[in-house]
Design a protein around this ligand. Sequence first.
Ligand code: G4P
Ligand code: NA
Ligand code: NA
Length: 192
Amino acid sequence: MELLKQKVKNEGIVLAKGVLKVDSFLNHQMDPFLMREIGREFKSLFAGDKITKVLTIESSGIAPGIMTALELEVPLIFARKQKSLTLTEDIYVEKVYSFTKRETNEITVSKKFIEPGERVLIVDDFLANGEAAFGLARIVEQAGATVAGIGIVIEKSFQPGRELLLKAGYRVESLVRIASLEDEKVAFVGEE
Ligand code: G4P
Ligand code: NA
Ligand code: NA
């Protein structure tokens, strides 16, 4: 997605340890025009897939998620993160370990929002190791629903998430793919 590539090139800041800071348009300040285009892009990628719901995780997945859901004309659900839980009867719970933040969160979705047989599109802002996407996929499957695909705004292709998700049989569509963040420079897949 050319517009997104330009945003990453012009505004992304490479931090140490392979982290890309994009807080001027995605993770802090958000660009609604860009979000609208992201929604349209995912709509065109998944238009034929009978998606019944979009599922993301708070907080940075919500903006691309809601625009995608708007374009597909389905609801958005965002999984919540919490430290630990006592009452778990009416919710699906999965553990997600974040390598970036070195902490485990429990992510939860209320059982009433995913019905068996639904076709769910998972959307997230970043794909690194795939932990968040796998956690969301396990929730969809716990509900007896199907993961129709995984839509990622920025994929860090030098981390193993994409490969692991493909190996597990999921369809992964990333709007930009970053091959490397070495030497403080962003190199896109296909342009290295
Ligand atoms: P994984 O889910 O693919 O395994 O990724 P990881 O645990 O490494 O990511 C943990 C958090 O860090 C996620 O946000 C993810 O979106 C974000 N993240 C990973 N790599 C980058 C990066 O290079 N740049 C930025 N800006 N974020 C990155 P989160 O904890 O869910 O936070 P948020 O959604 O509230 O922002
Ligand atoms: Na995220
Ligand atoms: Na994030």
